[in-house]
Ligand binder design. Structure first.
Ligand code: GLC
Length: 768
């Protein structure tokens, strides 16, 4: 019992527990929990304020119930090991539990399926699928954590409670190949198992899914705030092959006034794909190029792969060998396998010394002026043989392990080594480290993108459940290649994808070699204008997005959220994955089909205000949203103050002194988080949080502001834009005095009030 709602269960194959060392877990010290213990002839009972765990003696079966005595999860079979003769390899443990009728299952991070996980079996073994689409499994990342949403009626407690639900989550803390089956083999049973090692899982219970996520991220860690530029628009391609192309690309963004914060250097910037080198022919003056780009407000991100070319004379190779940094077979023979540069050695990122060595290798690139790093092929991917042999020896932070035991954690340890190196090299700055592979807990080191998708409408549709599931599994800072990676994008697809991407945590357009150009202007002026508007809106919404990132760093609550997270007791939301919430207040319903000029949208309970027209709509129903190609359906929850800013071309521009506060009349609380967007000073209190408490409806409203924190925000002017009032107000008040400067815009039916910093805004008699 680690916390009242968090229980760790361990079963060792031979009854001997190991050190219990795990890369998934961030928090190992927990305050003592008050546990009541009861023993009877047939069972042991462990009871906290939130959960009771019952251990039936014979046969041994575990069950978990909540504070109201409602059964959440129970073993259908004993925990244990498959029969030793069942497989040639030593098998890991398996746990089988009852799967309640009507229960929904979510999580497992990156999977090419819908949001609902029930009814299928999933393999968790980090792999490079070389492009994927719906139902391809496994992919690059493995997060062995799922959440269950259980209708109370099905818990066997008797009385019906109309829409009442309970939730729990389970993390299988095992980095070997694991398998999760949610009612696939047997419709009323779920199971989870791992190829090898201890059977160790964490059970977390809570009335609400969001509380389960809070517990899960307390256990495995939360995101660090990224630099603000990481939240801007990014442009990548495999590859922008030389200096002139990169310079022209930057100029094109600025000339067309399309906001952009970062450009990417894919593998061709290297000399023969050797990590930490430059192709001096193609990038002869890279330092100058990087400095010039920086002067235009454009950061550069460079790719670094996991494999190090076997090439005597290449310093990283020689140094790695001298330091014993590369993985070996048990007899000490070095392992090598082919990747982009040819035969490569692979660093043992599970060794603290190797991580340190690896992190230091970034020094010259950092000095050159590379701002962010992109770790790829770190499943690890090895051509023609999927991945490395399971017998290779790892240090495993001094505990020793075979590759098979830690396979799924390899990529995260690479990204960690990168992030820790950058933190040493640039201690005052926040870092952007992008990784393709990940394991549970990855979020505390780096972020992820979802690898090689296709430029198809199906892949566009898939990005939503993938992003949502990653967010539910701790990896809230994620994104897909906008426009699709493999194959040729079209103008219409790029327009719709850019509109969607603008509302995902990571917003990067990336395309593969041999595919058509995919920059915002590649398909003519109409598509360019649409992409530009979507990118501009992203920049206008940055204050809101930054606040969602901050909230995530504090509580683990995802940035991009499925409706079910906020409206758990509404069964209509349980499987919705073609629309989502960004933060708590903005509902995004992207168009996901070619030729469509509208779509159906489910509005959950409450009142919603259509972003583009200001129309108020009652929720708990489907509505039709008009969506010509230049419009993505967006709705704001009544009672929201949406903090926005004027359009900028990049985040290094000085922050405008005007903060735009879009007010959507109703009752609710909204937040605005601010800091300098680049340094670590926020960690020692240099930040500011504004709380907006609103009451009212379309005829009157009052917003009260409360500010906490020392950060001296450059935003000293407020431009209030009240949307969706019934008519011109009789009275507008600021700090309880009649406001002088306000105006009513009849075309947009918007009230505009310009004020300095203030504590209160009130609008009355807006009925005409
Ligand atoms: C992998 C990556 C892709 C990258 C390519 C070349 O396929 O997933 O994003 O462009 O390698 O480095």
């Amino acid at each position: 019992m680690l916390a009242p709602s968090l229980i760790r269960v361990r079963l060792a194959p031979d009854g001997q527990f190991g050190a219990g060392f795990s890369y998934a877990i961030a928090k190992t010290e927990w305050p003592v929990v008050d546990v009541a213990f009861e023993e009877s002839a047939d069972a042991l009972l462990l009871r906290t304020a939130a959960v009771t765990c019952r251990v039936q003696r014979s046969p041994c079966r575990l069950s978990f119930s909540d504070a109201n005595g409602r059964l959440l999860a129970s073993d259908t079979d004993g925990l244990g090991w498959p029969h030793p003769n069942a497989t040639a390899e030593p098998g890991g443990g398996i746990c089988r539990q009852r799967l309640a009728p009507g229960a929904h299952i979510y999580g497992l991070g990156e999977k090419a399926f819908g949001l609902e996980r029930r009814g299928r079996r999933y393999d968790l073994v980090n792999s490079d699928p070389e492009c994927y689409t719906w139902y391809d499994d496994p992919l690059y990342q493995s997060i062995p954590f799922f959440l269950a949403l259980v209708p109370v009626e099905s818990l066997g407690s008797g009385g019906k409670m109309g829409g009442a639900t309970a939730a729990y989550g389970i993390l299988l803390d095992n980095a070997s190949h694991s398998v999760f089956d949610f009612g696939h083999g047997q419709s009323d049973q779920l199971s989870f198992s791992a190829e090898t090692g201890e059977l160790c899982y964490y059970f977390m219970a809570a009335p609400k899914l969001i509380d389960v996520i809070e517990t899960y991220t307390a256990l495995t860690g939360r995101i660090l705030l990224p630099p603000l530029w990481a939240l801007g628009y990014h442009q990548a391609r495999w590859s922008y092959p030389d200096e002139q192309t990169v310079r022209d690309l930057a100029s094109e963004f600025r000339r067309r006034r399309i906001p952009c914060d970062a450009l990417y250097l894919d593998i061709d910037y290297m000399d023969g794909f050797r990590c930490f080198t430059w192709n001096e022919q193609a990038f002869p003056n890279h330092r100058q190029m990087l400095a010039d780009l920086r002067a235009e407000g454009i950061k550069t991100v460079a790719i670094i792969d996991a494999g190090i070319k076997m090439d005597p004379g290449y310093p990283v190779h020689d140094d790695g060998l001298a330091n014993g940094a590369f993985l070996t077979y048990p007899d000490g023979t070095l392992f090598h396998g082919p990747v982009w540069p040819g035969e490569c050695y692979f660093p043992d990122f599970t060794s603290p010394a190797v991580r340190r060595w690896w992190g230091d290798l970034y020094a010259p690139l950092v000095e050159d002026g590379i701002a962010g790093f992109w770790n790829d092929m770190n499943e690890p991917s090895i051509f023609r043989q999927q991945t490395m042999p399971g017998v290779l020896r790892h240090d495993f932070d001094g505990h020793g392990a075979a590759h098979r035991e830690i396979h799924n954690a390899y990529g995260t340890q690479m990204a960690r080594a990168t992030a820790e190196g950058l933190a040493r090299l640039r201690p005052a700055e926040r870092q952007l480290v992008i990784s393709r592979s990940a394991f549970a807990g990855h979020q505390r080191h780096a972020m992820v993108w979802t690898g090689d998708n296709y430029s198809t409408w199906e892949s566009l549709r898939l990005t939503i459940p993938m992003g949502l599931s990653l967010g539910l599994s701790g990896l809230a800072f994620n994104g897909a290649d906008v426009g699709g990676f493999m194959g040729d994008c079209t103008g219409e697809l790029l327009a719709r994808w850019t509109q969607l991407g603008a509302f995902t945590p990571f917003f990067r357009n990336h395309a593969a070699m041999h595919s058509v150009q995919q920059e915002p202007w590649a398909f003519g002026s109409e598509i360019e204008a649409i992409c530009k508007r979507a990118i501009e809106l992203r920049y206008e919404l940055l204050p809101y997005l930054v606040t969602a990132f901050w909230e995530c760093s504090q509580t683990g609550l995802p940035i991009m959220r499925p409706l079910v997270l906020a409206y758990q007791s509404d069964p209509r939301t349980a499987t919705v994955d073609d629309q989502f919430l960004l933060g708590g207040d903005l509902l995004v319903a992207p168009v996901l089909e070619p030729g469509a000029n509208g779509r159906r949208v489910y509005l959950p309970a409450g009142v919603w205000i259509e972003f583009w027209t200001g129309q108020r709509l009652a929720g708990s129903r489907d509505v039709w949203a008009d969506a010509p190609l230049d419009r993505i359906p967006l709705y704001v929850k009544a009672g929201t103050v949406l903090p926005m800013q004027p359009v900028i071309q990049h985040t290094d521009e000085p922050v405008s002194e005007t903060l735009i506060l879009r007010v959507y009349p109703g009752t609710g609380e909204s937040l605005l988080y601010e800091d300098d967007g680049r340094s670590m000073a926020y960690r020692t209190g240099d930040s500011r949080l504004t709380r907006f408490a609103m009451r009212g409806d379309e005829t009157w409203l009052e917003v009260v502001l409360r500010v906490e924190g020392a950060f001296a925000s450059p935003r000293t002017q407020l431009r209030w834009e009240v949307i969706g009032l019934a008519g011109v107000p009789d009275l507008v008040e600021v700090d309880r005095h009649e406001a002088d400067g306000w105006r009513w815009d009849e075309t947009s039916r918007m009230l505009v009030v310009e004020t300095g910093l203030c504590n209160q805004l009130a609008v009355r008699g807006a009925t005409r």
